[in-house]
Structures are given as C-alpha cells and as structure tokens.
Unconditional design. Structure first.
Length: 94
C-alpha cells in the first residue's frame, strides 16, 4: 500500500519535473512514466514501513498526512532505481 499517489505527486510538482524524474532515459518524453512513478511510490512506502515495523503494525491505515509527505520526498531517490529495475526485466534477442 502506497502512502502517496501519483495525484499527490502531480499536485505538488510541476509537470516538467515529473517528466524529468520518471523518464530519465528518455528526455524527449511528453508523458509521465506511470510505471516508474508507481514503483517509486511503493518503494518509498516500503522504506517507511521498514523503519516503523519494529515499533508498530504496518502499513498504517489511515496514514498520517506526514507519511504522504515523506513518501513524496523519498520518491525522487527511488525513481531511478525503479527505471533500472524495469529495464533489467526487459530482455532483447539479437
């Protein structure tokens, strides 16, 4: 369960920033890479849960507002990882 959504991200960041963050391998992209954003939000939420799980049952529902903010802040670190993961899962044949 993600503590933040793509809509939360779109509300807080300009489109050009989300385009840059979610399409680091394609600077000419004109749409947000929803897959990369979704994986990044899930990874950010998992990082929050990992810290909290020794002290409480996770995931928290409903999540406090600041969780949404924390997840949004962590996404910028996770998007490149999400893209790398996705590109490794795609195989090409010669």
């Amino acid at each position: 369960m993600a503590y933040s959504t793509a809509t939360d991200m779109q509300t807080r960041f300009p489109l050009n920033e989300l385009l840059d963050l979610t399409n680091q391998n394609d600077q000419s992209a004109e749409t947000i890479n929803e897959d990369a954003l979704s994986v990044a939000l899930d990874d950010a939420s998992a990082a929050i849960d990992a810290v909290l799980s020794s002290r409480m049952k996770t995931p928290l529902s409903p999540a406090p507002f600041w969780f949404r903010c924390a997840a949004i802040l962590r996404v910028t670190a996770f998007i490149p990882v999400a893209q790398a993961r996705k590109s490794k899962s795609v195989t090409t044949t010669p």
